[in-house]
Design a protein around this ligand. Sequence first.
Ligand code: MGD
Ligand code: MGD
Ligand code: MO
Length: 754
Amino acid sequence: MSEDQPAERNVEGIGDYNGPAGGWGALKAVARTVAEQMKASPDTRALLQMNQPDGFDCPGCAWPDPKHTSSFEFCENGAKAVTWEATVKRVDPGFFAQHTATELWGWSDHQLEDAGRLTEPLRYDPETDHYIPITWDEAFARAGAALQALDHADQAEFYCSGRASNEAAFLYQLFAREFGTNNFPDCSNMCHEATSTGLPKSIGIGKGTVTLEDFDTTDAIFCIGHNPGTNHPRMLGTLAEASKRGVPIIVANPMRERGLERFKSPQHPTEMLSTHSTPLASAYHQVRIGGDMAMLKGMMKALFAMEEAEGGILDHTFIAEHTEGIDALRADIETTSWTWIEGQSRLTREAIESMAAVYAGAERVIVCYGMGITQHSHGTQNVQAIANLLLLRGNFGKAGAGICPLRGHSNVQGDRTVGITELPPEDMLDRLDAAFGIASPRKHGHNAVEALLAMHEGKSKALVSLGGNLAVAMPDPEACFAAVRGLDLSVNILTKFNRTCLLTAKETLVLPCLGRTELDVQATGPQWVTVEDSMSMVHASRGKLKPPGAQVRSEPAIVAGLAAAAMPLTKVDWAALVANYDRIRDGIEAVYPDFHDFNLRVREPGGFRLTIAPDKRVWKTPSGKAQFFAHPHVEESMEGQPLLLTTIRSHDQYNTTIYSLDDRYRGVTGRRDVIFANEVDLAMLGLTHGDRVDVTTPTGRMLKGFTVIRHAIARGSLAAYYPEANCLVPLDDFDPASGTPAYKSIPVRVDAAV
Ligand SMILES: Nc1nc2c(c(=O)[nH]1)N[C@H]1C(S)=C(S)[C@@H](COP(=O)(O)OP(=O)(O)OC[C@H]3O[C@@H](n4cnc5c(=O)[nH]c(N)nc54)[C@H](O)[C@@H]3O)O[C@H]1N2
Ligand SMILES: Nc1nc2c(c(=O)[nH]1)N[C@H]1C(S)=C(S)[C@@H](COP(=O)(O)OP(=O)(O)OC[C@H]3O[C@@H](n4cnc5c(=O)[nH]c(N)nc54)[C@H](O)[C@@H]3O)O[C@H]1N2
Ligand SMILES: [Mo]
């Protein structure tokens, strides 16, 4: 800023962060959370058992572990996830005797979870407005009675969040299917559903195709719409290694995220003691929110032009042998104008051509992406556009190349693999029926949006949640809160009490479960579980810590208890399955051929990888080929287009779990009521950094009295934290192909607060 410009207004809690990602700040943050949550607990040793061959899988994220882990792999946000679970704080019956539900409603999401771990099964008592402790037998009997009282099984919704193990999730889907429904709203529906819907049509599988080793040999990495410094911090080590090899890392993100710019590895003693940090992004393109499709089409346009001018750009052999649909794609790209591309993406033609040049110059390319791609009304199209780009140069089925969706919860991918889906394949249901002697329903069930709509309309009357905070995670809290409050039954299987538990139905039960880190002992002795990371590696996770209370039960045990109570004539021997989780794994093997010799192979250190057919250039699509998808668009002018607001995670949050009110890498301390804006847009709106504003959507949804702050964000783009901004997202604004809510492109108007 030059001297004659006025000094910028001082805004409370808003500053600049100039350090790298990681570094001493990360170590300090860990020391603080350990001190706050674990006090002098001997269980700080938990941190040393994370992602070790004989330890537990970190509940933080689904990024895989290096194969030969010999020492503790440090991750600040993994440490937060573990300490939050291993906290010494408790919400025991005394806590609930002290506080009414009405009083707790006034607490923030941070305060509710920070109060500690659940220790006893609870029932909400409307007479006293308190949650009162009950026995497990009573809890199961009450839930069972309410489920049996439904007119039909499809009036129940079985929500699953992505921390559940394969074993817990498999039992859960067995329960719901024997009960008679495929209603499986799950967190994946809000997350990577666009991947699960788009990729099978493009390449025959709804998962990523790369392994960690592919990052060792790749020639270029593209990172589109994800924020690894916060959400997948162990990925920074991988990116830093690639950067040191001179591999270009091209970022497309509306916000300048420190975790994509510079990294100082807390694993690296010499780096920590020097001023050195590793630069990550070699080029950083601040694409406008929702402008990725235009950017990707622009890259393809540049590639087709280079092909025409000099040849040798497209992999014609691969395209001829392995794909279909190139002509329609080329035709669409030919009619796409640079004016539209530049307007939509807010990137210059030169910038996009430079991205294409890096892409074309690299023999092996990995494209990584996250919620910035999927959570749009055209999320599935975005995912398929990334697949198109990779197919053009045969970037599948060769080392160092492929597609890398950054998954959400640590086992969200595994939960889907073992049956948490509202759209189950027929052959899988046949095998499930044969293995357990049940008759699964064939009718497809509800995804998350459909479940909430059915609940809101009174068509669904019971919600069972295996983890998560459904009503807070979904769009439109007004509708979703009312939907849960109108139910006959709400069962919450959780480690921590949260706002969804406060949306009391006729019968509301809160059932405390063990977390990943804890010792799980059943009739035949200590048990362990399995998970699948985002690179399709299935491995064991063994909890070691003492459970938070004698009454706390494992997820499989709770699911089995509910199932037996809801279905007195059940065909499944639930007690036997829970007594020894090997038997659950045998069940998984019986239903999913890819899990052959499951109990044997998963006992190998590091586990095993599930089959990813594109690795061998095998395409499980109807045509047997990989498919290009043209997604024609109408070229609208940018004139008068509204600002688009995206919703993001802070560095100190895990979805609806708010660890603290800070967001270190974005320079925000002690608050979350901010709107990030570009300074040019601010000036055009006649607003100043620090002004209080109201944000309004075209249908009149409002977020009032937030503070607008100048930030390094693309023109035409705004950002706010989730879940605070969920009131701006309508329940019916979702990707029609996948049902993923459009959390990341909300058209809004911003005015000075009245
Ligand atoms: N510590 C921690 N770890 C987590 C989580 C957590 O909350 N905390 N959540 C877990 C879960 S469930 C998930 S799904 C993942 C989420 O991991 P991410 O996908 O990284 O999640 P978001 O915070 O939603 O970040 C989205 C990024 O996309 C950018 N973005 C927003 N809109 C657009 C757009 O239109 N285009 C592009 N190109 N970029 C855009 C934002 O600037 C931001 O950098 O992380 C998992 N890991
Ligand atoms: N606006 C906006 N909304 C979003 C998003 C966004 O980017 N923007 N992201 C969406 C995404 S990607 C997702 S995945 C959803 C997240 O939605 P959810 O998965 O429903 O939410 P979480 O906040 O992860 O769930 C937190 C709760 O899980 C429970 N829990 C923690 N560990 C365990 C465990 O081991 N077992 C059990 N049984 N319970 C446990 C705790 O009690 C805690 O209160 O939110 C979605 N909502
Ligand atoms: Mo997610």
